[in-house]
Design a protein around this ligand. Structure first.
Ligand SMILES: [Zn+2]
Length: 555
């Protein structure tokens, strides 16, 4: 079937198209050349409408142990937000931590067509993928957690050569069916298990004697040498701690120019100045990002209201549990692979710290010059539920709205912030970079995030509106792989997305030593740890797309 989208105003930054009226043709799920004589089966007239690729969220907790534990911990989120089934849609529940089906529906209704889960414990990857396999409509992918895993730390403590470490990293990517590697509080989660409450960037861990900086360098180098497109995805040391700005700057400067993505940077951009010993480090962080082209960031914006923090950083979550609202929390460890801490939280606009956190995130968005290197996230659900993205986009695009909001927060926080003086307003082109083209480029998804010939036909169409929150809340049309799934903000068809993975080459002889380790220390055999493609395909519902690693020696 041939579909024509005609008369729409196209924003396609991968091809430098900035608001040009163009026609787009779709055939067999892909964007295709204008046909010669073929009959066109469907035409959509898109005059006065905005056309972009489907949006991509590079960091959102949508599947896996921590998400599930958060759901279990918060039955009130289900009771307050029931979603009855319809003829088309499955029942579900939840607003701050929605059920799997609701996750897919809500993302697709906002024009998102791919979402990436940043905390896949390799030991728990099967469960994470099965859970994500139940999320309809959107594509998925995961970043496997390393850097606190007992086996990897043993390798580093024994000073194994980089080649052997690279093989281990590549093996983990393959076994856990992931697209990238994430490190959370490098070495800190392991240190917490030895009853330590803080681990600084250059402090040797209590048992293995490896410093967080060594872990970061080894992992970043491994991914670089393996030519994995997505750089090391880093949740740094000292998340949320006043004064952590210095640690973050040192992390950026100390990665030796290797590519590195810093996740939810807002939580790592705090000074310790002023009466309350809490201040914005946004200007220094943004300046460091601007100066270091090897660095990308996502913001992890907080927005006010009830949410739940889910993190592998059990060290930091333990410190935060005293602030839990409601007063309950949960911690889990799985086979010394990583950590998991769940703490419900309510961000208040009249609380000085929360209000300043809100301004810090927005300052970073607006002070990082290059939209290709800063990404729109709330670290769902940590900073806010993902359904608040249209509100966040309006804050970035509409200065007078932003200043109206600024006038409502804790007055000392508003006074302490430079936000009111920042005049920048994001353009539609820049939003398309940050939420589509840049995201696809950073993840190595060459056929997503753009509208060129051959790209997957993941396309979102909005009506031009002054109120950008309204505009981005309710697309007119969303096409997923060429099929119309959303019309006027409502799901009209349910399809199943793809799981994106990478598979760098490695020397499989490492399995011998790994197998011994599994037999000696772990509850499952190495053969059971590895997830096979048939499991991912899941009765024909799922798909896998393997993305190439970069050609060696290319940039
Ligand atoms: Zn996160």
């Amino acid at each position: 079937m041939l579909i024509k989208l005609t008369g729409g105003t196209v924003y396609d930054p991968m091809h430098g198209i900035n608001g040009e009226v163009r026609d787009i043709y779709i055939q067999d799920g892909r964007i295709t050349d204008p046909p010669n004589d073929m009959p066109i089966h469907q035409v959509y007239s898109l005059n006065n409408k905005i056309v972009m690729a489907g949006a991509i969220d590079i960091h959102s907790h949508i599947g896996g142990g921590n998400v599930n534990i958060a759901r279990t911990l918060l039955p009130e989120d289900h009771w307050a937000n029931p979603l009855p089934h319809t003829e088309l849609l499955r029942a579900g529940s939840g607003h701050i931590i929605p059920s799997t089906f609701a996750t897919g529906y809500r993302y697709a209704e906002m024009g998102y067509t791919a979402v990436f889960e940043p905390a896949v414990l390799p030991m728990n990857a099967r469960q994470a993928h099965m859970e994500m396999g139940d999320i309809p409509l959107i594509d998925k992918g995961g970043y496997a957690l390393l850097g606190n895993d007992d086996y990897g730390l043993r390798m580093l403590a024994a000073n194994k050569d980089q080649k052997a470490f690279n093989d281990y990293v590549a093996w983990i990517l393959r076994a856990s069916q992931c697209l990238g590697i994430k490190v959370v509080n490098p070495g800190g989660i392991n240190a917490f298990k030895f009853n330590q409450r803080r681990l600084h960037l250059d402090e040797p861990g209590p048992y293995y004697g490896v410093t967080p900086r060594q872990i970061l360098l080894r992992l970043a180098r491994a991914l670089h040498e393996l030519d994995v497109p997505h750089p090391l995805h880093v949740h740094g040391c000292n998340l949320g701690v006043p004064g952590n700005l210095e640690t973050t700057l040192s992390t950026i400067e100390g990665i030796a120019g290797l590519p590195m993505h810093l996740a939810h940077i807002q939580f790592h951009s705090y000074g310790a100045e002023g009466d309350r010993k809490f201040s914005s480090g946004a200007a220094q962080i943004a300046e460091a990002v601007n100066r270091n082209p090897n660095i990308t960031v996502d913001v992890g914006q907080i927005l006010f209201g009830q949410t739940v923090t889910v993190s592998s950083d059990s060290m930091q979550q333990y410190a935060n549990h005293l602030h839990a609202y409601p007063k309950k929390w949960a911690f889990v460890d799985i086979e010394c692979d990583a950590g998991c801490g769940i703490v419900p939280f309510k961000y208040l606009d009249k609380n000085f710290v929360n209000a300043l956190q809100w301004t810090i995130g927005l300052e970073i968005f607006l002070l990082v010059d290059d939209p290709w290197r800063v990404f729109l996230t709330t670290d769902h659900p940590n900073g806010a539920p993902f359904v608040s993205y249209p509100h966040l986009i309006r804050l970035l695009m509409d200065r007078s709205f932003r200043n109206d909001m600024l006038a409502t927060i804790h007055p000392d926080a508003a006074r302490a912030s430079t936000l009111g003086a920042i005049t920048r307003e994001y353009s539609l082109y820049e939003i398309a970079v940050m939420t589509r083209a840049g995201a696809a480029k950073l993840l190595g998804l060459s056929d997503r995030g753009h509208l060129g010939i051959g790209a997957a036909a993941d396309i979102t169409v909005y009506t031009k509106q002054e109120d950008k929150e309204k505009m981005f809340s309710k697309p007119d049309y969303v096409f997923k792989d060429g099929e119309l799934i959303v019309r006027n903000g409502e799901i009209i068809k349910v399809t199943w997305g793809t799981t994106h993975v990478v598979r760098p080459e490695f020397d499989n002889s490492i399995e011998k030593e790994l197998s011994n380790y599994f037999d000696r220390y772990l509850p499952m055999k190495l053969g059971n740890f590895k997830i096979h493609d048939e499991e991912m395909i899941y009765f024909g519902q799922g798909h896998i797309q393997v993305h190439p690693c970069r050609e060696r020696n290319s940039s």
